[in-house]
Write a protein that binds this ligand. Structure first.
Ligand code: ADP
Ligand code: AMP
Length: 214
């Protein structure tokens, strides 16, 4: 099963993608996580990506597409994968479509997690992320068992630099301008499914599973 998670920053793509990846035994591929791991390790890619991420801008397509095409070509992705945060632009979507076409394949589902802008700012302000293992929490909605400590790996959880309200506003503008057109792109491909992302986390998950298994 090859799935794309679409939606605004903070819509819950990562939260759902991890659960779906676990349920179906497919890799969860988050470009945001890949960039953050590169920043943590001080790589050249990380240094370049950071300048864009800190401003709430997208990392250029030429730094992003090859990375994903390479990742989905690995052995563990041969029976499917779930993409979280990619594609984010029409050129990225075209790059993905073309790469799969060369293999005689195509994506199966693009799941749009729909959350209005007014909910996003609260979600992001309360998001806490573990920069060690990539787990995400929310201080009110999905809290860690011990305050400030990741349930999964025991490291500290932090407010991401790009989750400051001013940067979130910029990221939402970028989303509407550059990423939202993908909804029409995948609708035209006949693979778009939309879920109401304002529901509690487990209800969103059940709705997605129902769509995938319909
Ligand atoms: P995205 O990957 O789309 O940027 P996340 O999955 O990181 O979004 O979710 C953004 C924030 O909202 C996180 O703090 C997360 O814990 C919280 N969250 C995710 N799903 C829900 C939900 N259904 N209801 C309330 N809060 C949620
Ligand atoms: P995310 O973790 O998905 O919220 O991504 C965090 C940031 O990483 C984004 O705001 C972008 O700056 C960058 N990023 C992640 N994925 C992409 C992508 N597919 N294209 C461009 N930039 C991306």
């Amino acid at each position: 099963m090859k799935i794309i998670m679409l939606g605004a920053p903070g819509a819950g793509k990562g939260t759902q993608a991890k659960m779906i990846a676990d349920k179906y035994g497919i890799p969860h591929i988050s470009t945001g996580d890949i960039f953050r791991a590169n920043i943590k390790n001080g790589t050249e890619l990380g240094k370049k990506a950071k300048t864009f991420m800190d401003q709430g801008l997208l990392v250029p397509d030429e730094l992003t597409c090859d990375l994903v095409v390479d990742r989905i070509s690995r052995e563990d992705a041969k029976d499917g994968f779930i993409l979280d945060g990619f594609p984010r632009t029409i050129p990225q979507a075209e790059c993905l479509t073309d790469a799969l076409k060369e293999r005689g394949e195509s994506m199966d589902y693009a799941v749009n997690v729909d959350v209005p802008d007014e909910n996003i700012i609260t979600r992001m302000a309360g998001r806490r992320a573990c920069l060690n293992c990539g787990a995400t929490y929310h201080i009110v909605n999905i809290p860690t068992k011990v305050e400030g400590i990741c349930d999964r790996c025991g490291e500290k959880v932090v407010l991401r630099a790009d989750d400051e309200p001013e940067t979130v506003k910029k990221r939402l503008d970028v989303y509407h301008d550059q990423t939202q057109p993908l909804i029409e792109y995948y609708s035209n491909q006949g693979i778009l499914k939309t879920v109401d992302g304002t529901q509690p986390m487990t209800d969103v998950f059940d709705a997605i599973v129902a769509l995938l298994e319909a």
